[in-house]
Design a protein around this ligand. Structure first.
Ligand code: SAH
Length: 334
C-alpha cells in the first residue's frame, strides 16, 4: 500500500464525512455512489470485516480499523479528520442508517457544535440493508407490512425490546430480527420465540439467512416453534412471516392481498362486492358502515372492540364521529 495522500489545505478545502452503506458485502451489490465515495475518500474508517470487503478500493488511503464497540470513537475520529480537511468515508454494512453509524455520528457532531451550515459536509449514501438482501435470497417475505427489531440489549433495555416484539407479533407484522444471537447473547432469541408463540401459529414460516451475498452464505427454512434450535449467529438475520406467509418450492412468500379482491383462479375477476382501483369493501369506509350496522343491531362498544381487536376508545370515537357526520349531513340536506 502507498503512503496516504497529503492532507489538503484545511482552510481552502473543507473536509467531508461520508456515511457509506456498502450493502450486504458483495461488490456487485454495492451502489455506484458507495464505490465512488470510497474512491473519493482520503481516510476510510470501519469495522475490520467491512474494510476487508472493500479492500480493492483502498489503495493509497489512510485506513482506520475499529472494533464493534468503538462506534463513538469512529465518529469522533471522522470529525477530527474532516476538520483537518480530509474526506472521510465511514463504512457500514447494509445501510449506514439502519443500526449503523449514521445516528451515532450525528450525535457526536451535534455535541461538537456542528450544524448543517458547518464547512464540514455530511453525506449519507444509502445501501441495501440486511432485510433487503436476506429477503431477496429467500423469496418475497416482505411484500406486506414488516418491521425490523434488533435483539441486541447492549444499548436497549430488554423490556423495551420485549414490548416491541409483543406488539408486532400481535399486530401480525412480518419481522426481520437483526443481531439475533451472539456468543454471549443466546437467550434473547428464545425469549423472542416465546413472545411470538403467544400470537402466532407454531408452524409460522421462518427463514434464517447467514452472511447474505458473502462467501459463507447460508439459508435455512424453519418454523417459529423450531427456530431457537437452529444455527443462528452474529451474521444472521431471522425473518419471521406473518399469518399469511407461506413457503412453496423453497421460497418464502407473503401475499400482498390480491386474493382478497380478485379471484386468482378464475382469471382474476374481481370478487363480489369489490371494485378495481377502489378500497376493499372491508377498507376504512366499508368497515365503518359495518361497524355502524353492528352497533345499530345492538352490539355494544366492548363487544365490537373485542370482535375487531381494536381499542374500546377507538371504536367509541369512530362511532361518535359517524353519528356527528350523519347529523351534519341531515342538517345540510334539510
Ligand atoms: N447496517 C446494517 C445492520 C448492522 S447490525 C444493515 O443495514 O444491514 C448487524 C446485523 O445485521 C447482524 O447481526 C445481522 O443480523 C444483520 N446483517 C448484516 N449483514 C448481513 C448479511 N450479509 N447477511 C445476514 N445478516 C446480515
Amino acid at each position: 500500500m502507498t503512503t496516504p495522500s497529503p492532507v489538503p489545505d484545511a482552510a481552502s478545502m473543507p473536509g467531508k464525512i461520508m456515511l457509506v452503506g456498502i450493502g450486504p458485502g458483495s461488490e456487485a451489490h454495492m451502489t455506484a455512489r458507495a464505490r465512488q465515495a470510497i474512491e473519493e475518500a482520503d481516510t476510510v474508517i470501519g469495522y475490520v470485516t467491512y474494510i476487508k470487503l472493500v479492500a480493492d478500493l483502498l489503495e493509497g488511503k489512510e485506513i482506520i480499523r475499529k472494533s464493534m464497540t468503538e462506534e463513538l470513537d469512529r465518529a469522533v475520529s471522522a470529525l477530527d479528520a474532516a476538520r483537518q480537511g480530509r474526506k472521510v468515508a465511514l463504512i457500514s454494512s447494509g445501510d449506514a442508517g439502519v443500526y449503523g453509524m449514521a445516528g451515532p455520528t450525528y450525535e457526536v457532531l451535534f455535541q461538537a457544535g456542528w450544524t448543517p451550515d458547518d464547512p464540514v459536509q455530511v453525506e449519507i449514501i444509502p445501501g441495501a440493508s440486511a432485510l433487503n438482501s436476506c429477503a431477496a435470497l429467500v423469496g418475497a417475505p416482505l411484500t406486506h407490512d414488516f418491521c425490523a427489531i434488533s435483539l441486541s440489549d447492549l444499548l436497549t433495555p430488554w423490556p423495551t425490546i420485549a414490548r416491541r416484539l409483543d406488539a408486532v407479533a400481535m399486530a401480525d407484522f412480518v419481522v426481520a430480527l437483526y443481531n439475533p444471537k451472539s456468543g454471549r447473547r443466546t437467550r434473547q432469541i428464545v425469549e423472542a420465540q416465546r413472545l411470538f408463540l403467544r400470537h402466532r401459529r407454531p408452524d409460522t414460516p421462518v427463514a434464517i439467512v447467514k452472511s447474505a451475498y458473502r462467501r459463507r452464505e447460508q439459508i435455512l427454512f424453519t418454523t417459529l416453534d423450531q427456530m431457537a434450535e437452529a444455527e443462528i449467529g452474529m451474521l444472521s438475520t431471522v425473518l419471521i412471516g406473518n399469518s399469511n406467509t407461506f413457503v412453496r418450492h423453497g421460497l418464502m412468500v407473503t401475499p400482498r392481498g390480491y386474493a382478497n379482491k380478485y379471484d386468482l383462479e378464475q382469471g382474476g375477476n374481481t370478487r363480489d362486492g369489490e371494485r378495481r382501483g377502489r378500497s376493499l369493501s372491508t377498507g376504512l369506509l366499508g368497515w365503518l358502515d359495518t361497524l355502524q350496522a353492528e352497533h345499530a343491531a345492538g352490539l355494544d362498544i366492548d363487544t365490537l372492540a373485542a370482535r375487531h381487536r381494536l381499542p374500546v376508545d377507538y371504536i367509541r370515537s369512530t362511532l361518535l364521529d359517524a353519528v356527528t357526520e350523519t347529523a351534519a349531513q341531515a342538517e345540510a340536506s334539510a
